[in-house]
Design a protein around this ligand. Structure first.
Ligand code: BTN
Length: 238
């Protein structure tokens, strides 16, 4: 496991991409104690409070066709497996597309980005985990590992995450998305529950029915039509 450490960066995702483009051999992790410009999904800011984990993993793919959003499910399951070791007696669940929730509260964030440098493609998997502090996020409750137990050192959690990710990545390479999809759905928050999804300028309502082979959310609307949602913010209504 190769880790490149920083005291402060704008964003570990930006630094990871810069290093890869400068010729750093992937796979590698970038970890930083501070982020001054941490980014969240959908153009949001990721408030990077001190003591939390900020890291990005870069993977090099030998073929552009291997680029896939499905990596976000692999990392989400890996992260859940790591986080739950520190959360005794409480269920840790996955919320589409890649949130991890403890008692319904967000404890981490994942930001997947990719670029092409022919013939290769690169994926940067950014991971933020609330170890010591819970950032304020609009319309969302947040928590941190410290609310439940003594948090690990960021680098220690990263080594656990690397190990978990590699196991699941191997499964994905050898057996495809099916076993990953199954693991994700078994741990999904709100399966079969009514949900509202804000996607671009549209709102969708229906029953959350898992994910398809492309990682899209399956929604059954009031007229029993099946819809596949590619991106959006999910809110469980009851
Ligand atoms: C989300 O909106 O839930 C995703 C948040 C992702 C935050 C992590 S922190 C490390 C990496 N660097 C960033 O700028 N963002 C990701």
């Amino acid at each position: 496991m190769k880790i490149i450490e920083f005291e402060e960066v704008y964003s570990t995702n930006d630094m990871a991409r810069y290093l890869a483009q400068e010729g750093e051999d992937a796979p590698f992790w970038v970890i930083s104690k501070k982020q001054t410009n941490g980014r969240g999904r959908r153009g949001r800011v990721w408030s990077s409070l001190s003591g939390n984990l900020f890291a990005t993993y870069v993977i090099k793919l030998d073929d552009v066709s291997k680029l896939s959003p499905l990596y976000s499910f692999i990392i989400a399951i890996a992260l859940k497996n790591c986080i739950e070791k520190y959360i005794p007696n409480k269920q840790t669940l996955l919320k589409w597309p890649n949130d991890i929730l403890v008692e319904g509260k967000k404890i981490s964030g994942i930001l997947l980005e990719s670029w092409i440098d022919k013939p290769n493609a690169f994926i940067a998997i950014g991971v933020g985990v609330n170890l010591l502090q819970s950032p304020d996020i609009e319309d969302k409750e947040t928590t941190s590992i410290k609310d439940y137990s003594k948090p690990p050192e960021p680098k220690y959690l990263l080594s656990q995450l690397d190990a978990e990710f590699n196991i699941l990545h191997e499964i994905y390479i050898n057996e495809g998305f099916d076993p990953i999809k199954k693991m994700w759905e078994e741990n999904a928050f709100g399966f079969g529950k009514p949900v509202t999804i804000k996607s671009h300028n549209e709102n969708f309502f229906g029953i959350f029915n898992g994910i398809n082979e492309a990682g899209e959310l399956i929604l059954i609307d009031e007229a029993q039509n099946i819809k596949f949602i590619q991106a959006g913010d999910v809110n469980f209504t009851h």
